[in-house]
Design a protein around this ligand. Structure first.
Ligand code: GLY
Length: 315
């Protein structure tokens, strides 16, 4: 049995590339890195890697993490700048006994010393979006923060190993040095090959209040199916956050268990990609349903066409 689930429509091409690895008895670790690199490399995805949107100073600071569900090894980077594939740096760091989570200049220094490629990651298109947004904010006194779509991936391979990874440029217009949930174990991701894994996308400041990825894995460990675990963790926490903190930002969680079963829960409209031994690769739309459930439907052709147009529209 093999399987992969990943956040957002943007992950689908990466899931297809990873499927080829998993079908040929390849490792879930390679599958996770391959899927996330595909998203990081694509210039029209404006919340991850190359083409990602910068912080308020115009600097593209990226966060990423990698976890091996067999050994619990974790590597992560935060605020890494102008390095080609943050996920590969995070995976490499997961092999380090000490210093496995590096930030800012330390992360860049590690990456370059290990032979990872320096690359100017801020595209002219992303810079134009940033300039226009700066002007709009100044003119209309807007809330500057918008957009925080992380690619999060969980994979299971034929050897019963599991891995998870995340990559994100974080909140658009964030303050310099702001870090979201994506590189934080338990919040942005968690995986245990003897149970399953989960990953998150959404407002990092709120996701880290609930450690939702760990909570979903914990619930699966108690015997809940991935969908039940996602529904329980996400909607219970959203209700508690609204009651105690007054509001809840957008968040969406995905999960896959060691049997290849999957689930998602979300408090917004959320697309995801999934492929398993039993599930042809497909993109689905999830929305919050009644009584702490999630409505999951195949994505429509119209939605996909509109999406392609939207992400490539002139800026
Ligand atoms: N979930 C990505 C972030 O908040 O940075």
């Amino acid at each position: 049995m093999w399987g992969m689930i990943a956040t957002w429509r943007m992950a689908h091409d990466g899931v297809l590339a990873a499927k080829a690895i998993l079908e040929q008895q390849g490792s879930c670790q390679d599958a996770v890195e391959t899927a996330i690199k595909a998203v990081e490399d694509y210039p029209f995805y404006k919340s991850v890697g190359y083409g990602g949107l910068p912080n308020e100073e115009g600097v593209l600071e990226m966060d990423a993490a990698f976890m091996d569900g067999d050994t619990f090894k974790i590597g992560a980077v935060a605020g890494i700048v102008d390095v080609e594939n943050p996920i590969s740096v995070a995976r490499s760091l997961s092999e380090e006994k000490f210093n496995s989570f590096r930030i800012g200049q330390g992360a860049v220094a590690y990456a370059l010393a290990e032979g990872f490629q320096p690359k100017e990651m801020l595209t002219p298109r992303a810079k134009t979006i940033w300039e226009k947004r700066k002007a709009e904010i100044a003119a209309n006194n807007l809330d500057p923060y918008d957009g925080h779509d992380t690619v999060g991936v969980v994979a299971l391979d034929e050897h019963q190993s599991m891995a998870a990874g995340t990559s994100s440029s974080g909140l658009f217009m964030k303050k310099s040095g702001r870090v979201g949930d994506s590189p934080l174990s338990g919040s942005g991701f968690y995986v245990d090959s003897e149970i399953g894994g989960a990953a998150a996308t959404g407002l990092g400041e709120d996701l880290m209040k609930g450690c939702l990825s760990y909570e979903i894995v914990r619930l699966m460990g108690e015997g809940l199916a991935p969908q039940e675990a996602c529904d329980q963790a996400v909607y219970d926490f959203e209700a508690r956050l609204k009651k105690r903190y007054g509001k809840a930002g957008a968040f969406s969680l995905i999960a896959l268990d060691k049997q290849g079963r999957w689930g998602v829960a979300t408090n917004v409209e959320f697309t995801f990609s999934v492929a398993t031994t039993n599930q042809e690769p497909a993109i689905f739309m999830a929305t919050p349903g009644p009584e702490q459930t999630t409505v999951i439907e195949p994505i429509t052709k119209e939605w996909l066409e509109a999406y392609e147009k939207r992400i490539k529209a002139p800026v």
